[in-house]
Design a protein around this ligand. Structure first.
Ligand code: NAD
Length: 586
């Protein structure tokens, strides 16, 4: 059989497999909540052994041709004409058949199987498809091929119609749709070879790594020599770490690092095709930086800002070419997180936007197009979610209870642990600078934490305590007292909130904000909300996303829910039109 891309589960008992050099072999079913259903769990262990089959199937690993050849997954890689090579290979076999079903499963130490199982369960969060895949694979050690095949089929059929598989399929299609942009049809990305990154801080160095990994030449520019040195050192330490972990060889790392150029001289920006600004989150600073970029960048270069909240149009207005200005909002750590928001300013040219989208794709990110609105899609949804969580703390839940309930639902981290990690002072400064409706409900607890010097992990204390020695978050009685005082100051009588209420209110707050975003045209389609939250905010993929959840509840129940949420949230709560959200085509 000749392969260009193969899902091994669909293999029949064919004796030989010849692959084109770009072939990728994998069994991705588990990532969709099912298991390979055409014999993959029974055949693969007979080729690669049980531990490797567990690793491959449970992670949906995609094995490139050379590694597939080494593992015996393919018999030959065609260096020239695939068809001719496959025919020649088949002839050479002279009709001999090597049926996979007749092969013995290579014997393995049970400790090795145990290790692979434990690792797969941990990485796969013990999801049903992972458990079922492990069962089916390990059964090959003692169950005959035909019985194994029948059992696999039965489990496949059961999982196929499970809620989790529906949710994962929904997310799969949502991600596929998020790459379609009818409003940009026909626009051609501008050529990009040299990416300049301005600001070598947390984000700038992560963005630089991401671009280097994708094969771009990178110019890292700073205003401050010490900051530039620190950024360069961070990038070097990253690659040294990759080499130490065996993920990259030393010469590969050297090639990537050789493409990095660091500078304090803004004139060098003239050779950049794309400039990504990642300096302090301050409109005045960013406008000044864009004025300087405008003075030296070549005509046609795309100028991007990594701002998290600021008005892209106000930044673009500092240049003589707002059509070339877009937002590229990366998430921290920028070389790890999949999500990237591509922000469309009022004047952004379609070809500048598709350049940003193409860059995201090449960086192996999940780019999502968003309108220019405070916090874009993700941070705005997250702010509504966090606000609701703060309401619940004010009403009677402790931060650790809210975090635990949302983590049990599947979030990678709870909102208060996240707040401690990113630092409470950024939002504090933003609240101080913002004007707010004095009638709207305002929770003072985060301000009081900041006033007490509890800025999060970096100060050893925030919503939790972080004792020296790297121990994780510890519940802190002082925080309970601070919260109790804040409640008393408002004359609030604390009440018990169940985990159910916590999860429902948190999700409803997101769904409501999503409806508002859609009505304002910030998000192109409802399902983009799911893509953003799953890829950038730790929302559990197997729950499909908040829009999937909203669809499941149905419009009538959600309308009731929303009235309930509005009552609990108090003044300032703006209800979105859920029907708009749920009847949107996507
Ligand atoms: P940071 O403080 O770590 O780094 C900012 C860097 O910019 C510093 O090294 C500083 O020397 C440099 N800088 C400041 N003014 C400059 C100027 N005029 N010219 C050249 N360099 C200058 O900040 P960060 O966390 O990397 O954030 C940078 C941007 O990315 C902000 O807009 C922020 O909102 C956004 N962002 C941050 C995160 C995050 O989690 N940290 C996530 C997404 C987006």
């Amino acid at each position: 059989m000749a392969l260009r891309w193969a899902a091994a589960s669909s293999w029949r008992s064919v004796a030989t497999r010849v692959a084109a050099p770009g072939t990728v072999v994998g069994l991705p079913e588990v990532t969709l909540g099912i298991i390979p259903g055409a014999g993959g769990t029974q055949r693969l262990p007979r080729i690669v052994g049980i531990p490797r089959a567990i690793r491959m199937i449970c992670s949906g690993e995609r094995v490139p041709a050379a590694a597939a050849l080494e593992a015996g997954l393919v018999d030959q890689i065609a260096s020239s004409d695939l068809r001719a090579t496959a025919v020649a290979h088949a002839r050479q076999l002279r009709g001999e058949k090597r049926l996979m079903r007749e092969r013995d499963v290579p014997s393995t130490q049970s400790a090795e199987v145990g290790e692979a199982t434990t690792a797969a369960l941990k990485a796969g969060k013990r999801r049903p498809a992972v458990l079922a895949a492990i069962d089916a694979i390990t059964a090959t050690a003692h169950v005959g091929f035909d019985d194994g095949l029948a059992d696999e089929r039965a489990v496949f059929q059961r999982l196929r119609v499970s809620r989790e598989a529906f949710a994962l399929r929904h997310q799969f299609f949502a991600e596929r749709d998020s790459a379609k942009h009818p409003s940009l049809d026909g626009a051609v990305p501008r050529a990009v070879e040299l990416v300049a990154v301005i600001g070598a801080g947390t984000m700038g160095s992560g963005i630089a790594i991401s671009a280097l990994d994708a094969g771009y030449r990178v110019l890292l520019l700073e205003q401050d020599a010490a900051a530039l040195e620190r950024g360069a050192a961070r990038i070097h330490a990253h690659y040294a770490g990759r080499v130490q972990m065996g993920k990259l060889n030393a010469s590969g790392a050297a090639v990537l690092e050789a493409r990095l150029q660091t500078s304090l001289d803004w004139a060098e920006l003239a050779s950049a095709d794309l400039v990504i600004e990642a300096v302090f989150e301050d409109l005045g600073v960013k406008q000044q930086v864009f004025r300087r970029i405008d003075a030296v960048a070549r005509p046609g270069a795309v100028l991007a800002s990594n701002t998290s909240y600021l008005d892209l149009d106000a930044i673009a207005a500092a240049t003589s070419r707002p059509q070339d200005v877009i937002g590229l909002h990366f998430f921290s750590p920028a070389h790890v997180m999949k999500l990237m928001e591509v922000v469309r300013g009022q004047a952004s040219a379609p070809d500048a936007l598709v350049t940003g989208l193409a860059l995201g794709k090449r960086l192996k990110k999940r780019p999502v197009l968003t309108g220019n609105a405070f916090g874009f899609i993700g941070n705005r949804l997250y702010a509504a979610y966090r606000r609701q969580c703060e309401f619940m703390v004010e009403e009677g839940a402790w931060p650790e209870q809210v975090d635990a309930a949302l983590q049990a639902f599947g979030f990678a981290m709870g909102p208060f642990a996240v707040a401690d990690l990113s630092g409470l002072d950024i939002a504090w400064r933003m609240r101080q600078a913002a004007t707010r409706d004095p009638r709207a409900r305002y929770v003072h607890i985060p301000d009081r934490l900041c006033e007490a010097g509890r800025l999060g992990r970096k100060t050893g204390a925030g919503y939790y305590r972080y004792p020296e020695g790297g121990k994780g978050p510890q519940v802190d009685e002082a925080v309970h007292q601070l919260i109790a005082q804040a409640r008393a100051d408002k004359g609030l009588q604390p009440r018990e909130l169940g985990d159910d209420e916590i999860v429902r209110r948190a999700l409803l707050a997101i769904v409501n904000e999503a409806a508002l975003l859609l009505a304002e045209g910030v998000a192109e389609r409802a399902t983009d909300v799911d893509v953003v939250l799953v890829n950038g905010y730790g929302f559990p993929r197997w729950e499909g996303g908040p829009v999937f959840w909203a669809h499941e509840r149905g419009v009538d129940a959600l309308q009731d829910d929303l009235r309930w949420l509005a009552g609990l949230s108090g003044p300032g709560f703006v209800a979105g039109d859920l029907r708009h959200l749920l009847t949107t085509e996507n």
